[in-house]
Design a protein around this ligand. Structure first.
Ligand SMILES: Cc1cc2nc3c(=O)[nH]c(=O)nc-3n(C[C@H](O)[C@H](O)[C@H](O)COP(=O)(O)O)c2cc1C
Length: 333
């Protein structure tokens, strides 16, 4: 049987299939089931910036009773209550999870930079997290803010947190940078040991009858994997960090593709929400049999075999592919 053991962020994982941050991780029993089903590690649901702010200014109870008196920017936290009970509970949950499972547990901070992050990064480390994933969510809505300023904010954040904790840090990136490779290199220079490609954004929809903006959350489809494969294949070997794929990983074939691109781990959320936690066991078994039937002894045997550095020709991953695709589409007419 092929050996699935993988290294990610300096941690040893029994499998390259990792559960990414999602509401199933809210329940300790679910996390036990994920481990039994073969998960290599779990990334907990995020502790959000707004929750840290509320905890820092001591508004938690007050705010529950006086929701409308809160600044506009913090009101939506009321709707997050169902998902995540607050900063203190997050630490308690992390502590419980660590005692309930032997697999590595990665905590997640989600939002933009504030002084609270440093304190909570330290508390998260103290509560036992094996690593910390930073999901930096900053939407530069003001036309005066430049891309360079946004990137510098990301780099400063990673550097400051890295200086405050000893556990490894991964950064969950969005794909909307002008120069993904450059910001990746700068984040690694600032101390990120891993990069998680890519965050998905939940774009609100328009309700045209009621002239309202409505939140919408769609689960991913496997077609979203391609953007990740392309960037991981381009970055692997060029960036001195572990790469993780999140977005569109639904089957064992998707895991194989991610490994071939050069990912250390591939993460799943939507597929588990859709099919249930047992889906992990099926994907793990299918990965095992795919590797066995192709006579690979370890996941390392396929890792990066389709990365830019291995195939030595990035054209297939870059523009030439675009032209080829257009040509093929035209020839079908
Ligand atoms: C319902 C739901 C909740 C999520 N919550 C978080 C979160 O709290 N923090 C985070 O970093 N990502 C969160 N994600 C994003 C997932 O971790 C993952 O990156 C994304 O869904 C892409 O992976 P997938 O195609 O396997 O779903 C959430 C995703 C879903 C579907």
């Amino acid at each position: 049987m092929a050996d699935l053991t993988t290294s990610y962020l300096g941690l040893t994982l029994k499998s390259p299939i990792v559960v990414s941050s999602n509401p199933l991780t809210y329940d300790v029993n679910n996390i036990r089931r994920m481990e039994e089903a073969g998960a290599g590690a779990v990334v907990l649901y995020s502790l959000f910036e707004e929750q840290i702010e509320l905890a820092e200014i001591g508004y938690s109870n007050y705010y529950e009773q006086h929701r409308d008196e809160l600044p506009e920017a913090l009101r939506h936290v009321a709707e997050m209550k169902e998902y995540n009970q607050g900063a203190g509970s997050y630490l308690a949950h992390l502590y419980q999870v660590k005692h309930a499972t032997a697999m590595p547990v990665i905590a997640s901070l989600n939002g933009y930079y504030s002084s609270g992050w440093i304190r909570y990064a330290r508390l998260i480390e103290a509560a036992g997290a094996d690593a910390l994933e930073l999901n930096i969510y900053y939407l530069a809505t003001k036309p005066t803010i430049t891309g360079a300023e946004v990137e510098q904010m990301y780099v400063d954040l990673v550097r400051d947190i890295k200086q405050s904790v000893r556990i490894p840090i991964a950064v969950k990136l969005n794909p909307y940078f002008s120069a993904v490779a450059n910001i990746s290199r700068r984040l690694v220079g600032a101390g990120a040991r891993g990069l998680v490609l890519f965050n998905r954004f939940y774009q609100p929809d328009f309700d045209i009858e009621n002239r309202a903006i409505v939140p919408s959350l769609d689960l991913s489809t496997p077609s979203e994997l391609r953007l990740r494969l392309r960037w991981v294949a381009l970055l692997a070997g060029q960036i001195n960090a572990d790469l993780a794929i999140t977005g569109g990983v639904h089957s064992a074939e998707d895991v194989v593709k991610g490994l071939m691109a050069g990912a250390s781990v591939t993460m799943m959320a939507s597929a588990l929400i859709h099919h249930g936690i047992d889906h992990l066991a099926a994907v793990t078994a299918n990965l095992q049999s795919w590797l066995d039937s192709h006579a690979y002894a370890t996941v390392g045997d396929i890792r990066g075999c389709l990365s830019h550095v291995q195939i030595g020709d990035s054209a297939a991953l870059e523009r030439a592919n675009y032209l080829n695709v257009l040509r093929t589409a035209r020839s079908k007419d």
